[in-house]
Design a protein around this ligand. Sequence first.
Ligand code: ADP
Ligand code: MG
Length: 259
Amino acid sequence: MTNSSTQPVGALIVAEHVFKSYPVGSSTVDILKDVSLTVSEGEVCAIMGPSGSGKSTMLYCLAGLEKPTSGEVALLGRSLTRSTRKQLAELRRSELGFVFQSYNLMPTLPVFENVALPFRLRGERVDRARIEEALSSVGLAGRGSSQPSSMSGGEQQRVAIARVLAQRPRIVFADEPTGALDSRAGRLVLSELRRIGGAPGQCVLIVTHDPAVAASCDRVVFMRDGRLVDQISSPTTESVASLLAALEARSEAVSEEAA
Ligand code: ADP
Ligand code: MG
């Protein structure tokens, strides 16, 4: 990919031949080994794979939070590799949202202020209506004055999603966002992410180890040992679980060989 005109129409995330290595002692360890992935407008795409297969590293490289060792990543037609630090920060601020397993809420601030925090940090006027709307869309209308510590994990994660929603991002990256939640709370969080991803001009990329979560996405890609090795469109819980089990068995076989 040399310019945006070579990208498929509607491709919001385009990663081509991404490699990522980390220095370990005097050598390096290769974590991502030639990963290419395109996520299109309106798509919710899940990444699955055995623990340690590189899912988080891939998400961070695609989100501009980590710099690939080589390869190209473009978001919304803009090359990350050729962006300045300032351009990256601006892209993150205006177009990208992040949801992590830990909710990253400020425990000393009430819910409303947690959702308003990105606006305040930028010195912008806080649009109260927009924040109330984001809270009500995750089922937390009227909870703005609650303290996060008084809420369940599922509610706290929905606050974190409201904070993302209030920013109106076009791409949301989520790393095991339902990992700490029971299945009902997880479903609520997921339906919010689906709503974001399904909207025109938007998409969601979500790392999950839960086959039920993956099955409710449009597509699931599978990683093993730093590579994308398979994908399923129109996934079901069963098809996802059996492919994941096969990958886990193979990755254990590999690590036993190595040992
Ligand atoms: P996953 O999310 O699939 O569990 P990760 O992307 O977190 O996997 O990690 C993949 C591999 O990369 C793991 O073996 C991990 O130990 C290693 N790794 C992750 N970050 C670093 C780092 N900063 N330095 C060295 N190794 C790392
Ligand atoms: Mg991870």
